[in-house]
Write a protein that binds this ligand. Structure first.
Ligand SMILES: Nc1ncnc2c1ncn2[C@@H]1O[C@H](COP(=O)(O)OP(=O)(O)OP(=O)(O)O)[C@@H](O)[C@H]1O
Ligand SMILES: [Mg+2]
Length: 413
């Protein structure tokens, strides 16, 4: 598949852009070797190699273009993907013909050209080039070109992972994760799964992690408790006799399996900073930080945003929302104060309402079930739309949900 990519090299990830238009699914464990003519392209490719979506790929960059590639592969096998930069002067078609004589079948070739390339596209296609990108390229162009080699042939679309985390413990991150997932499932009719990653005290994913090596879609389906037509909860009994100190990659295979069958996976991440929580946050498609309107939360939100933004330079920045605002008698830093320090506004401010949230918690219900017309219910729907990039194009269904009341943390198991 050949694509002409016209772009602005200075383009930054846009945090307001609709997500669905440019969703890039992560690449599988593949080897990618790049041969560059210019230092700028080499730098863009190296930085693409740091992107979360290429975390599993093994990427190397060499200088020298197609000539060097021919040289190298006359003695060693070719990788899954070869990226070649042309400098507009050498004859890329003759180079590709020669490369074909040493290239293993199955290796895909991506060409990064210049606006002045003489080679006609159809000649590149005839030579089996998988993708053609007009330079200068930025890291995201490279990520997109490599990932789309694999996702385009995939029969199933891969699910999007949304991570919700508190700026401090007890701010309401789990409550928001569940209510937003509920809105995604019910109002946006997008099948979703909530995974409570509070391993010791939550409903728990622990058993799935401990049996990760035997995990496949069937096993996963059994672990999933259906909560409503479009929402499931990955539930396994909590077990305090284990120590929850995982290797950073412990969850990779679970998420890979879930992604194959579930369009939307909402992760309820406990407020703790460990190798695995950081890896999950960095690897998520989108992040929502939940903060209470005080100084400690402001400071933590800012720090988390700084770390996550630098670990995800090609993604839109994490989003954050304020929760429990206007609690009586409590002095607070309002949305304007947060915006001033953090430089991006919160996507929502959810009022403190002990009666509403207390009733929901005690009955094991969602806020929407207590009051479908409540302002906070609408806020959860707006957050759901913002995170999934889906507009309000579907009419919400009636409120009679068979197992609605059973959906609470733990009640589904
Ligand atoms: N806007 C709100 N108004 C009043 N109470 C709220 C609000 N949001 C959440 N709560 C309540 O705050 C408590 C803590 O919520 P929750 O368990 O979701 O927080 P958390 O950030 O996940 O905590 P933890 O750090 O323990 O995981 C719950 O009892 C919940 O009902
Ligand atoms: Mg929680």
């Amino acid at each position: 598949m050949i694509k002409h990519v016209q772009k602005n090299p200075d383009q930054q990830p846009d945090d307001t852009a609709p997500l669905t238009d440019d969703y890039i699914a992560p690449a599988p464990r593949v080897s990618v070797q790049a041969y560059c003519e210019t230092e700028a392209t080499a730098a863009a490719i190296r930085s693409a190699g740091e992107d979360r979506r290429l975390a599993k790929a093994h990427l190397t960059v060499k200088m020298g273009g197609v000539a060097t590639a021919i040289d190298v592969y006359s003695s060693v096998p070719t990788p899954n993907v070869i990226v070649l930069e042309t400098n507009g002067t050498n004859d890329i078609l003759a180079g590709l013909d020669e490369l074909a004589t040493v290239c293993d079948p199955g290796t895909r070739v991506v060409v990064i050209g210049t606006p002045h390339d003489a080679a006609p596209y159809r000649e590149l296609v005839r030579r089996g080039v998988s993708d053609y990108v007009i330079g200068p390229v930025n890291p995201l162009d490279v990520v997109r070109a490599i990932c789309s080699l694999f996702s385009a042939s995939e029969a199933v679309a891969l699910g999007r992972i949304i991570a919700v985390v508190g700026a401090k413990g007890g701010v309401g991150a789990s409550t928001i994760a569940h209510n937003v997932a509920w809105a995604i499932g019910r109002d946006l009719a997008m099948d979703s799964v909530v995974i409570d990653l509070d391993l010791a005290f939550g409903t728990g994913i622990a058993n799935a992690v401990f049996s990760a090596e035997r995990l496949d879609t069937t096993v996963m389906e059994r672990l999933l408790a259906k909560c409503s037509d479009h929402l499931s909860l990955l539930a396994a009994p909590a077990a305090l006799d284990r120590v929850y100190d995982f290797a950073a990659e412990a969850f990779d295979s679970i998420f890979d399996t879930l992604r194959l069958t579930t369009p939307c996976i909402v992760l309820d991440i406990p407020h703790q900073w460990s190798a695995w929580t950081k890896r999950i946050l960095v690897g998520a498609d989108d992040i929502l930080i939940v903060a209470e309107p005080d100084l400690a939360n402001l400071r933590n939100t800012k720090n988390m945003l700084t770390i996550l933004k630098s670990a995800r330079p090609n993604d839109r920045p994490p989003l954050y929302c304020l929760n429990q605002v206007r609690m009586p008698k409590r002095p607070e830093i309002d949305a304007r104060g947060f915006t001033k320090t953090i430089e991006i506004p919160p996507i929502a401010s959810i009022p403190f309402d002990s009666r509403l949230f207390g009733t929901a918690a005690n009955n094991g219900q969602m806020i929407a079930e207590i009051s479908a017309s409540h302002r906070t219910t609408k806020t959860f729907l707006q957050i759901a739309q913002r995170l999934t990039g889906r507009g309000d194009n579907k009419k919400p269904r009636g409120s009679s949900l068979g197992r609605a009341a059973a959906f609470s943390r733990g009640a589904c198991a």
